[in-house]
Design a binder for this molecule. Structure first.
Ligand code: NAD
Length: 334
């Protein structure tokens, strides 16, 4: 199968490395508008050509599938061009910069019977998949709330806010674990370094079952945090992606409430038991992601991180941005 990769900046090389490690894929071209990005390609990947104009890829009938790792605002036009030319498409997160564009791409892929996959890498993380199994087994009980922090002194994107850059990771995990979309979102944030590009945001989401979700994202923070806490009626879980071992820990902790039987006081009993950390495979999420794209093309099946999921994430970010611009007002998702 012949693949091409468009965008060879920070993230593109990681995709290229994983594409090259899957037998059955020939990476025919790498494309970047910046000719300097092509300097070492011949040396690193002999047999892979470098082009600056993606039309060469769109017009090449031998190319089956294209991966796109370019800035967010270029996703829509590049995806559309590739889908129009009969290619299966993988595009980095987020799918597009507006719900209208994301919806149009999903419709186009469905009409042309093409695979449209989004690079929501965390859906391929063995830790995230273990957590999904734990939630589905009922071990945590009823999910009460989730609190997530994804902050560090990070790379400021020039074209989009921290919402479009970092929130797709957490929102895709929440969607995957809770198997639902939020009823509403509210978001506060600010731009401290680059004018009009918020670099800090605090998002609140309300999911079916009255699950309260809090998400903190920032490119401006003293230390790097990648931490999700899930609090359930039976147990609590912490996913700390900064840990090398024991990324997921389940705490047998909780509070039981008993209604008073007479006019006496209600009773609370606090539980604090074992802490358990399950074995988690160390497979690289990005490898599993590219493999899912390859298998979806081969078997004509939908990938886990499919276009409809990507569309849902774009809808939430768009509403969160609307809320941020309106002082944190609650915005409904319909
Ligand atoms: N899945 C993840 O964990 C993850 C991590 C980082 C970035 N990303 C995503 O990857 C994408 C790229 O991010 P980045 O940090 O690599 O950006 P970047 O700016 O470092 O690289 C983008 C590259 O695309 C090239 N480019 C721009 N327009 C082009 C066009 N029309 N045709 C060909 N090349 C073009 C640029 O010259 C640049 O080299 C974004 O969507 C980002 O959200 C995903």
């Amino acid at each position: 199968m012949n693949f091409a990769l468009i965008g060879y900046g920070y993230w593109g090389p990681n995709l290229a490395r994983n594409i090259k490690s899957i037998p059955g894929i020939n990476l025919k071209y790498i494309c970047d508008v910046d000719p300097d990005r092509g300097k070492n390609i011949n040396f690193r990947y002999p047999g892979t050509g470098f082009v600056c104009d993606c039309e060469a890829i769109a017009n090449d009938k031998e190319i089956d599938a294209v991966l796109i790792a370019t800035p967010v605002k270029t996703h829509y036009l590049l995806c559309k061009m590739m889908l129009d030319n009969g290619k299966d498409v993988f595009v980095e997160k987020p799918l597009a910069y507006s719900t209208d564009h994301a919806q149009e791409l999903v419709n186009l892929a469905e009409k042309n019977e093409k695979i449209l996959m989004i690079g929501h890498t965390f859906l391929y993380s063995p830790s995230v998949n273990e957590i999904k199994k734990i939630i589905n087994s009922g071990e945590l009980g009823e999910i009460y709330f989730i609190s997530s922090s994804r902050v560090n002194l990070g790379k400021h994107q020039k074209d989009v806010s921290v919402l479009w850059d970092l929130a797709p990771h957490d929102l895709s995990m929440f969607h995957y674990w809770l198997e639902s979309n939020p009823h509403w979102v509210s978001c506060n944030g600010n731009n401290y370094i680059i004018k009009d590009i918020p670099d800090v945001a605090f998002m609140h989401l309300n999911y079916p079952g009255d699950i309260c979700v809090n998400l903190e994202i920032a490119w401006l923070a003293p230390s790097k945090l990648r931490r999700v806490a899930i609090v359930g009626s039976q147990k609590m879980l912490v996913y700390n992606d900064m840990e090398t071992l024991e990324k997921v820990k389940i705490f047998d902790k909780g509070v039981d409430y008993k209604d008073p039987e007479s006019f006496g006081e209600y009773q609370l009993s606090y539980r604090s038991g074992n802490i358990f950390s399950p074995y988690i495979s160390s497979q690289e999420p990005l490898y599993l992601e590219v493999l899912d794209f390859y298998n979806s093309i081969k078997n004509r099946t939908q990938p886990v991180s499919n276009g409809r999921l990507g569309l849902n994430i774009v809808k939430i970010i768009e509403k969160a941005e609307q809320s941020l611009n309106n002082k944190g007002e609650q915005v409904k998702l319909v």
